[in-house]
Design a protein around this ligand. Structure first.
Ligand SMILES: Nc1ncnc2c1ncn2[C@@H]1O[C@H](COP(=O)(O)OP(=O)(O)O)[C@@H](O)[C@H]1O
Ligand SMILES: [Mg+2]
Length: 345
C-alpha cells in the first residue's frame, strides 16, 4: 500500500482499476481494438477526473471547513489562515493532521489551566465560608442565649455582648480583606502613584500601632541609617496597607518585650524596605506558602490576634502591582524579616 496517498494518486489508481475492468468487459463483447482503446481511454480520463473532483470537492472541502473552524478557534493571529490544499502542498491531509494535533495539544494545556482555576475557586469559596461560619455561629449562640434569659443576668450579659461584638469585628475585618483581594485580583485597579517619604509614612504607622505594640511591650525603631527621609514613587495608601500588615504581623507574632525595626536601603534604582522582628519566626517548610490566601502557620494564634490569613496575600498583590518584589527571611525562635522594594523617586 502507498503511504499517505495524495488525491491525484488515489484518482489515478481508481481510474486504472476501472479502465482495466472496462477494457476486459469490452474485449469480451467487442473485438475491434480501436473501439476498445477509445472506450478505455475515455473511461480512464472520465474516472480520473470524477474521482479527483469527488475527493477535492466533497472530502477535502469538508476537511477544509473543519480546519478553518479550528483556525478560527485558535487565537494566534500570526498563523497562516490555511495552507494551500492542492498543488503546492503534496500531502494536505497530513499537514492538517499535524495542525489538528497541535491544536488539540494546546487545548489540553488550556483545559488543564481552567481546571486548576476551578479548583482554586472552589478552595477559595470553601475557605471563605469556613472563615465566616465560626464568628456567625458565635454571634448566633450569644444572641439566642441572651434572648433566652441571660439578658437579665448582669454577670454574663455584658460578657456575651462583648464576645458577640468581637465576632462582628472579625467578620468586618474578613469582608474588608476580601474586598481588597478581589479589587486587586480584578486587575482593573490602577495604582495611584505619588512621591512621598517612606520614612515619614512609617513613623505615622508606628504612631497608629503604638497601642497594639504597648500591649505586648514591643518597641518600634529604625535601623542604622534608616532614620532619614527616603523618597519613593508609589501608591501611598496601598503602601500604608502593606506596612500596617507587616508591622502588625511583627507585633502579633512577636515575643512580649520584643522589638520591631524598620530598615531602609538605597539600592540604585529602588529603595529596599525591611520590617524585622525578633519574634517566633517561621519554619522553612512554611515559607513557600506564606503568601497564599488563608495560609497560617498557627490558625488559633492568628485568629486570636484578629488575623484573617489574607494579610500577606494582599501585601504581595500590592507589591506586584507596583512591579516590585517581596521576600522573607526567617529563623524559628530568632525572628523574621520581610523585605520589599519600591521605585526611588
Ligand atoms: N512576622 C511574622 N513572624 C512569624 N510568623 C509570621 C509573621 N508574619 C506572618 N507570619 C505567619 O504567616 C501567616 C500569614 O500571615 P497573614 O497573611 O498576615 O495572615 P494573619 O496574620 O491574618 O494570620 C500568619 O498566620 C503567621 O503564621
Ligand atoms: Mg496578618
Amino acid at each position: 500500500m502507498i503511504k499517505n496517498p495524495t488525491p491525484r494518486i488515489i484518482a489515478f489508481l481508481t481510474a486504472t482499476i476501472l479502465t482495466c475492468v472496462v477494457s476486459v468487459i469490452s474485449l469480451i463483447f467487442q473485438s475491434k481494438w480501436l473501439e476498445v482503446s477509445i472506450s478505455s481511454a475515455l473511461t480512464f480520463a472520465i474516472s480520473y477526473l470524477l474521482t479527483l473532483y469527488a475527493l477535492e470537492f466533497f472530502i477535502y472541502r469538508k476537511i477544509k471547513l473543519i480546519y478553518k473552524s479550528i483556525h478560527q478557534l485558535k487565537t494566534k493571529k500570526s498563523d497562516p489562515l490555511l495552507p494551500p490544499l492542492f498543488g503546492i502542498i503534496e500531502d494536505p491531509i497530513s499537514e492538517v493532521t499535524k495542525d489538528v494535533l497541535k491544536w488539540a495539544e494546546d487545548q489540553t494545556v488550556e483545559i488543564e489551566q481552567l481546571k486548576k482555576n476551578e479548583e482554586f475557586r472552589k478552595e477559595f469559596l470553601g475557605n471563605v465560608s469556613h472563615e465566616l461560619k465560626t464568628p456567625i455561629f458565635n454571634i448566633q449562640g450569644y444572641i439566642h442565649t441572651l434572648l433566652e434569659g441571660a439578658m437579665d443576668d448582669p454577670d454574663i450579659n455584658i460578657h456575651f455582648l462583648t464576645k458577640a461584638a468581637k465576632s462582628t469585628d472579625r467578620i468586618a475585618a474578613l469582608v474588608e480583606d476580601l474586598e481588597s483581594i478581589s479589587q486587586l485580583e480584578s486587575g482593573y485597579l490602577t495604582m495611584e502613584m505619588e512621591t512621598f517619604d517612606i520614612h515619614d509614612l512609617t513613623k505615622d504607622i508606628f504612631d497608629s500601632l503604638e497601642f497594639m505594640a504597648r500591649e505586648k511591650q514591643i518597641e518600634f525603631g529604625f535601623k542604622a541609617g534608616a532614620d532619614a527621609p527616603f523618597i519613593v514613587e508609589a501608591d501611598k495608601s496601598r503602601i500604608r496597607q502593606v506596612l500596617v500588615n507587616l508591622i502588625s504581623n511583627s507585633i502579633k507574632y512577636g515575643n512580649t518585650g520584643g522589638r520591631t525595626l524598620l530598615g531602609l536601603y538605597d539600592m540604585d534604582e529602588n529603595i529596599l524596605i525591611e520590617v524585622s522582628d525578633n519574634g517566633i519566626g517561621i519554619e522553612a517548610e512554611h515559607i513557600p506558602r506564606l503568601f497564599e490566601r488563608f495560609f497560617r502557620v498557627d490558625r488559633s494564634r492568628s485568629r486570636s490576634g484578629g488575623g484573617t490569613g489574607l494579610g500577606l496575600a494582599i501585601v504581595k498583590h500590592i507589591i506586584e502591582a507596583h512591579n516590585q518584589t517581596i521576600n522573607v527571611r526567617s529563623s524559628p525562635g530568632i525572628g523574621t524579616t520581610f523585605g520589599f522594594t519600591l521605585k526611588k523617586a
